[in-house]
Design a protein around this ligand. Structure first.
Ligand code: FES
Length: 511
């Protein structure tokens, strides 16, 4: 790799670095509201906007700050082309439901477009054609099968032998009329508009449970209650399970993004390959100049190699194929995938009418998150929504979900036991700045990070969700859980659920 390319030392998404976002207070007292929403990402904010616009009283809380979860770390493609999915969905759910999935995502795109027009939002929104491309014959055949599914479902697109990017490909499938934008410029305005209609926003307010009396109440870690008629869990992983067994029905993956300048002009379009490791490519505007975003290298959270190697692999790909003149940003994102790849949007359990969930968007959260807000809002407003059954979390599809169900859980069991048995007793004295070890402190497995100023931070590495052992992620400086994807900062604060409590701190002086 070029020696003169400066690699950004800390991960930070371009989206967050290029917008000044409003800040909101911590909730200090119990409140009553019509709808309590947990999670300040695209789903929660869009739902708050739609409900407030209809005159409902809305309170939205986030455990951290708004737009710092998956929405702040996305590639922000607005598309119904989610890799190769329509042949699989047609076989698994039937042609009608596969078609509805496409319609739902296109309707989400339309809703985003309408809001951009209505509020004249300057968010670098651009119509683009989307391409999924293959570089092997095996995947060329899969593309042809997918094209047949496009034809059966009436999806507008074409099989092509080349792509505008100029990469050497065996074939590509184009989906017409997709888009990209700057998600935080868009959502910053949606937050403001929701506020104008009376929505109340709170940051650094962690939801830990839902209690039922006459009405449900969201209980916060500090003991406040948000008593409401409806609860929307838009917190990525649902903080309240209601015996929906979500940890057994989803797995978490991390993906990586780098933003670079290259000597080449971006030819337009948004791209993803069909093979593994995944490669997703789009452009973005930074102060009127063009950046190329390269994303991919997905792996289950806490189960990858050293995370810097994933960034390096993307850098190598970008350099080899296009050249890098400047390396601007790097960041990573967490995504949840359900057993049958269809998101869970709707009542948290069958028969539940007041607590809703929206999760499992499998990397395609801009459209799935937007349609989730629409579906749940319609349900609260007692309006029919054509997609509610498709996404229902209570659906049961025996094939292939059950086989995967068993495998997913076997995987969790393996990590639960493996982490406990691992003998680890590294010496803290050997730590170098900006690195971490696992060791034993008072017989307890502990993770110790040394920052650049040589301050030490020690945590009990046992995940607060169900007790698996977290692993150090050197690229992001986080403790990641391999079981259901909880992630913690080096000080132990929760960055991604399902855990909703920080890791225990360990007193290093007692070693
Ligand atoms: Fe479930 Fe850690 S996320 S045990």
């Amino acid at each position: 790799m070029s020696a003169n390319i400066h690699i950004p030392q800390f991960p930070e998404p371009y989206w967050r670095d290029s917008v000044n976002l409003s800040t909101f207070p911590q909730l200090q007292e119990s409140v009553k509201t019509d709808v309590g929403i947990v999670g300040g990402g695209i789903t929660g904010i869009t739902a708050a906007y739609l409900l407030a616009e209809e005159g409902l009283d809305v309170t939205l809380i986030d455990a951290g700050v708004f737009l710092n979860g998956t929405t702040g770390h996305t590639t922000a493609k607005i598309t119904a082309q989610h890799g190769l999915i329509y042949d699989e969905f047609s076989r698994h759910f039937g042609v009608e439901k596969a078609s509805m999935y496409y319609q739902a995502n296109m309707e989400a795109k339309q809703l985003i477009e309408n809001l951009i027009d209505q509020h004249e939002i300057k968010c670098n929104y651009q119509q683009e054609d989307a391409f999924v491309y293959a570089t092997s014959e095996q995947y060329q055949e899969k593309l042809e099968t997918e094209k047949k599914a496009y034809d059966d479902l009436g999806i507008s697109g074409e099989f092509t032998n080349s792509i505008p990017l100029g990469l050497s490909v065996k074939g590509a499938l184009r989906m017409d009329n997709q888009a990209q934008f700057h998600p935080l410029k868009y959502l910053k305005t949606i937050v403001k508009e929701a506020e104008k209609n009376g929505a109340a926003f709170y940051e650094n307010t962690t939801a830990v449970d839902v209690e039922y009396n006459k009405h449900p109440a969201i209980v916060t870690r500090n003991g406040q209650r948000i008593t409401c008629r409806y609860v929307i869990q838009a917190s990525h992983y649902p903080f309240y399970d209601g015996q929906g067994f979500y940890p057994t029905r989803m797995y978490a993956e991390r993906a990586y993004v780098i933003a670079t300048k290259t000597p080449k002009k971006f030819p337009g379009g948004i791209y993803i390959n069909a093979e593994s490791p995944s490669r997703s490519i789009r452009s973005a505007q930074m102060d009127g100049k063009e950046m190329w975003l390269f994303a991919g290298e997905n792996h289950k959270t806490g189960q990858g190699q050293s995370t810097m190697e994933h960034y390096d692999a993307l850098q190598q790909f970008a350099e080899e194929k296009f050249g890098i003149s400047e390396y601007m940003y790097r960041w990573s994102a967490q995504d949840l995938t359900t057993l049958d790849k269809m998101p869970y949007i709707g009542p948290v359990t069958g028969g539940e009418n007041s607590v809703f969930v929206a999760t499992g968007f499998r990397k395609w959260g801009m459209t799935n998150g937007t349609i989730a807000a629409r579906i749940i809002t319609d349900r609260i407003l007692k309006k029919e929504n054509p997609y509610s059954e498709l996404y229902s979390p209570s659906r049961f599809q025996a094939d292939p979900a059950i086989r995967k169900f068993v495998r997913t859980n076997a995987d969790v069991g393996k990590h639960l036991i493996k982490g406990k048995l691992e003998y680890t007793n590294n010496n803290i004295d050997e730590l170098t700045p900006d690195s971490a070890i696992t060791t034993r402190i008072n017989g307890m497995r502990a993770g110790v990070y040394m920052d650049k100023e040589k301050n030490l931070y020690a945590v009990d590495t046992t995940c607060k969700h169900l007790g698996c052992e977290t692993h150090w992620n050197s690229g992001d400086r986080t403790w990641d859980c391999p079981c259901h994807g909880s992630r913690y900062s080096y000080t132990g604060e929760v960055l991604n659920g399902p855990a909703n409590e920080p890791l225990n701190k360990v007193d290093i002086n007692k070693k």
